[in-house]
Design a protein around this ligand. Structure first.
Ligand SMILES: NC(=O)c1ccc[n+]([C@@H]2O[C@H](COP(=O)([O-])OP(=O)(O)OC[C@H]3O[C@@H](n4cnc5c(N)ncnc54)[C@H](OP(=O)(O)O)[C@@H]3O)[C@@H](O)[C@H]2O)c1
Length: 316
């Protein structure tokens, strides 16, 4: 990959897209292309075709999506399935029609079956049913993986899918209506501390196990996939290490300095009991994470403290 290659990062203002942008800049890539959703609505097929045909990028990295936690997935199933399919289909189809050389599609670990053996290997895809609370999003993402695989198989093009585990980090979404578990906990513990160490109520039993990857490590994985021709169509990207939600809560509580009680609301859903990625394929081709969870939480909390006045509420 030339440092002057034109690289379009779709979703460049999002948590993942902005980390990819920073990683590309720091590695000396000089010809980066980004559009806000206001300037280019990726749900609009003609607008996407016109944009790609005008700009002629060498590479497209698809980090644009409608994302959110259990609550948002549950409340807005139509947006989660339809918008994600529209965004990715328009980008994949335009990239194929207009001969974009490389396409990197970002999915998610929730594409794997709810009760798949752990750790999750890439070949478990489509072997059983999904977790119902996020099946809308997962089904959209699975069709994206399959579309890229089909283009790879039929036309021999370098279209590859990366499946990140739960990501967190700077530029995360701290809106409690739509956020993922880790940033939601940071905000809840911080606000409870500010209010005199009031109790913090968390969803579920605390027993599910989850894996978390710092977003800058994910971005390094994307740059790795950009700079290397990977032999398979699908790679998990994670740390290969998981902890219980209870351990996560206690770690965040300690980093934030909250000394109040934690109440577990077991009337709320837990989601999948365990979700750990087998990352051996990605490790074997040469990528490995660098930032451990404690360091990542510290970096994320510091970013939260510096930016908490600027958060915009997410509207669906
Ligand atoms: N966060 C995670 O834990 C996680 C885990 C696994 C996989 N992923 C994947 O990583 C990717 C990025 O996630 P993220 O966490 O960075 O999400 P994010 O912070 O919400 O960013 C999403 C981006 O998508 C863009 N977008 C959404 N709808 C659009 C539309 N209709 N037209 C144009 N752009 C649109 C937004 O653009 P504007 O800002 O301009 O509106 C935004 O920049 C997604 O594919 C997601 O599935 C994320």
């Amino acid at each position: 990959m030339e440092k002057t290659s034109k690289i379009y990062v779709a979703g460049h203002r999002g948590m993942v897209g902005s980390a990819i942008w920073r990683a590309l800049e720091s590695k000396g890539y000089t010809n980066l292309l980004g559009q806000t959703s206001k300037d280019l609505d990726l749900r609009n097929q003609q607008a996407v075709l016109d944009f790609i045909s005008k700009e002629k990028p060498d590479v497209i990295i698809d980090a644009a999506a409608r994302v959110g936690g259990i609550l948002a997935n549950n409340d807005y199933p139509f947006q989660f399935i339809m918008e994600n399919m529209q965004i990715q289909n328009n980008l994949i189809d335009a990239a194929h029609k207009l001969d974009v050389k490389k396409f990197i599609f970002l999915g998610s670990s929730c594409i794997y079956p709810k009760f798949a053996p752990q750790p999750l290997k890439e070949e478990y895809l489509l072997t059983d049913s999904l977790e119902p609370t996020n099946e809308w999003y997962a089904i959209a993402k699975i069709t994206g993986v399959k579309a890229c695989q089909a283009i790879r198989k039929q036309f021999g093009k370098d279209f590859v899918s990366l499946m990140p585990t739960n990501l967190y980090g700077t530029h995360d979404n701290f809106d409690l209506k739509t956020s993922h578990v880790l940033p939601a906990m940071i905000r809840k513990f911080h606000e409870a501390k500010e209010n005199g160490n009031t109790p913090v109520t968390l969803w579920g039993s605390g027993t599910p196990m989850r894996e978390f990857l710092f977003v800058d490590d994910m971005a390094e994985g994307v740059v790795f996939a950009l700079e290397n021709t990977l032999p398979e169509y699908l790679y998990n990207v994670g740390t290969g290490i998981d902890i219980t939600i209870k351990e996560l809560a206690e770690t965040i509580q300690e980093k934030v300095g909250h000394t109040g009680e934690i109440i577990w609301d077991s009337s709320k859903p837990d989601g999948t009991p365990r979700k750990l990625m087998d990352v051996s394929k990605m490790n074997n081709v040469g990528w490995k994470h660098k930032v451990d969870l404690e360091e990542g939480i510290e970096l994320t909390y510091n970013w939260f403290l510096a930016n908490q006045n600027d958060f915009k509420e997410v509207k669906l």
